[in-house]
Design a protein around this ligand. Sequence first.
Ligand SMILES: [Mg+2]
Ligand SMILES: [Zn+2]
Length: 183
Amino acid sequence: MALAPDRPVGGVLFDRDDTLVVDVPYNADPHLVVPVPGAHRAVERARAAGLRLGVVTNQSAIAKGLATRAQVDATNARVDELVGPFDLWCVCPHDAADGCDCRKPRPGMVLRAAEVLGVPAAELVVVGDIGADVAAARAAGAQGILVPTPRTRQEEVDAAETVAATLDDAVSLVLAQRSAPVA
Ligand SMILES: [Mg+2]
Ligand SMILES: [Zn+2]
């Protein structure tokens, strides 16, 4: 599946857990950060193409009291070191019941990234492993690419407009769209 052929792409926002790095539930320990195989190369390809790059990550461990913001920031710094660098990190520290506007599937982090990166939301692509990632993209007017893992629910795969087998394939879809003539 390809992205919409008539839309330019200026930036890519990645989910963190199970998209860039192997998910360790509520991880706030930099030593436990292990990149998903091929993640560094995929991100590097996107950067080399001149795309603005960000990470949008739900970290309810903070709201749950399982991690401090400083621990999450340190973990993100390690991800940035191993897989990045990224132009922007957006973290939602809230829990599902908090009713914030940033927790995916809500659009807040994508809209904020658009503002900070100077790229219209419509020209951003969000890459993530679950339905909430692509739903946040849709809610913000961005495009989404689902890269499922064995833990992704089948109905989330069925509902996604664009699915890629790997992070590298997702970046290839973005780059193919980018070089395609805009109608
Ligand atoms: Mg994830
Ligand atoms: Zn939030």
